[in-house]
Write a protein that binds this ligand. Structure first.
Ligand SMILES: [Fe+2]
Length: 360
């Protein structure tokens, strides 16, 4: 019996592994697993059990995912250890459809204020990106509030470029949502230009439709502009609600995830709807509830993070990267969209790991 730490996203890649034999207890079996091509070590994110067979191993992840590993040994050592090169050639009964990274509320700035340690955010972001890269993640969604207004220090453009620069290290595509703090100084278009990205919109990845909403609008749908809004009076507005309905109709028969910086869930604060919700949440949810192929709504904005099921649908508010104090690891997640329509949230830092599915 032997164990190996491995990541299911490595299918198709060649791995250099070592494993231990013999008298070791399970807890002592801390094997090493290294991707030959990237020369990077992988953490103990996946525990695989593979009794030796003639030419293949069976690998188990979280008790459910089974892979077949084709063996091509580079050499054998003594009875206590065995080293080899494995090529992951096939996944049988793999139940995930799409995996992507998720971050929110970086609030990057050079200063700290109240409970927000904005000056620590870039370091936390880089650690989260490093974790995702080692897990083989190649799609990242940033839920907004990338920067924090500099209170007249005119450094917002610099902060935005620094976030952009940090994210260019991510080896895959990055999708951005706009947060209310992002547009305290710039109109939306100017902020998006600085980030070198386009307006949030819908896209499809591995059969999953992703709808990115902009909740930074007045009730009539006009844009929040610098100096003309308050964070707790946000709306999707008629235009974004129409876009939501249109995109949901176009996604008929496909699994859908909805993303928005502001919240659409049903949190209550002092007997009233939480001010982190868009004011037209009821209209938005009435649209969403007509489409049973929506798997979840994923939000930022509420820094502690939360999850709940509303009308049978999971709503996740991601924990923020900007945190209360040091030491604080920040927060991030890898979302695994499972073929059965459930989501496995793999948490990093303050973001807990969760399993989300319709009807709880
Ligand atoms: Fe925020």
């Amino acid at each position: 019996m032997a164990f190996v730490v491995l990541d299911h996203t490595l299918v198709g890649r060649t791995l250099w592994v070592s494993r231990s034999y013999g008298d070791c207890t399970e807890s002592q079996m801390r094997p090493k697993c290294m991707d030959v091509g990237r020369r990077s070590c992988f953490g103990d994110t996946l525990l695989a059990l593979f009794p030796p067979r003639k030419h293949s191993f069976r690998m188990m992840y979280s008790g459910v995912r089974m892979c077949r590993l084709k063996r091509d040994f580079a050499g054998l050592s003594d009875a206590k250890s065995l080293y080899g090169v494995l090529t992951v050639t096939d996944i049988q009964a793999d139940s995930s459809q799409l995996s992507f990274g998720l971050i929110t509320d970086i609030h990057h700035a050079s200063f700290d204020y109240d409970e927000r340690h904005c000056s620590k955010s870039l370091g936390r972001l880089r650690r989260a990106l490093d974790w995702m890269e080692k897990r083989g993640i190649r799609l990242l969604i940033n839920l907004g509030d990338s920067i924090n207004c500099g209170y007249g220090n005119n450094k917002e453009a610099e902060y935005t470029r620094e976030v952009r620069s940090a994210l260019t290290a991510f080896p895959g595509q990055v999708k951005f949502l706009i947060g209310n703090h992002d547009i305290e100084t710039f109109p939306k278009a100017e902020f998006l230009d600085l980030l070198q990205c386009g307006q949030p919109c819908a896209f499809e990845e591995q059969g999953v439709r992703c709808i990115l909403l902009d909740g930074n609008n007045h009730a009539d749908g006009s844009d929040f502009m610098p100096g003309n809004f308050t964070w707790d009076q946000a709306h999707l507005g008629p235009g974004q609600r129409a876009l939501l309905e249109d995109e949901l109709k176009k996604a008929a028969g496909k699994p859908v995830l909805i993303f928005c910086h502001e919240c659409l869930d049903h949190s209550i604060c002092n007997g009233e709807p939480d001010p982190h919700l868009v004011k037209d949440f009821a209209e938005a949810r009435a649209i969403i509830n007509r489409f049973p192929n929506v798997l979840a709504v994923i939000q930022g904005h509420y820094h502690p993070g939360r999850s709940m099921v509303v009308d049978g649908l999971p709503y996740l508010a991601m924990a923020s990267i900007v945190g209360d104090d040091e030491p604080d690891p920040g927060a991030a997640a890898i979302v695994h969209v499972m073929k059965d329509g459930s989501l496995e949230i793999e948490g990093f830092g303050r973001q807990p790991s969760l399993k989300l599915s319709r009807n709880g």
